[in-house]
Design a protein around this ligand. Structure first.
Ligand SMILES: [Zn+2]
Length: 128
């Protein structure tokens, strides 16, 4: 399946994370939502994010590698890559952008957002 996914991430305490080329970013304790896409195997990509320790390839790998950070929920949808940025737009309406995160190859402000709640994702995505 090719598609887009949203990782709902819990940051269990305030933490400073070195995000590769982005530099050091402070994350407040709380919930975050990250949107990404996989045009080959969505299942494999999600498995990658849920696994621990590996070479760090995407910005999100640096965040998820931190010991106070964990994925609490995964949403997905069969779609092409353009849907990824549409979902980023929706997340921006419901959260606060972590600027420049995960969007090196598009025009979005971010693909990672601090959110209070992730229930709104259920209206346009499937829960895993
Ligand atoms: Zn984008």
């Amino acid at each position: 399946m090719k598609g887009v996914y949203v990782l709902v991430i819990s940051v269990d305490e305030d933490v400073e994370v070195d995000v590769g080329a982005l530099g050091s970013i402070s994350f407040e304790k709380g919930l975050y939502a990250y949107v990404g896409s996989a045009q080959n195997s969505l299942e494999k990509r999600i498995e990658w994010h849920l696994g621990r320790v590996k070479r760090k390839f995407w910005h999100i790998d640096y965040l998820l590698d931190n010991e106070v950070v964990r994925v609490v929920k995964v949403f997905y949808k069969e779609a092409d890559k353009t849907e990824e940025c549409r979902i980023a737009e929706k997340l921006s309406e419901n959260g606060v952008a972590v600027e420049g995160f995960g969007c090196s190859d598009c025009g979005c402000v971010s693909h990672l957002f601090r959110v209070d709640d992730y229930g709104f994702l259920r209206s346009f995505m499937f829960e895993m």
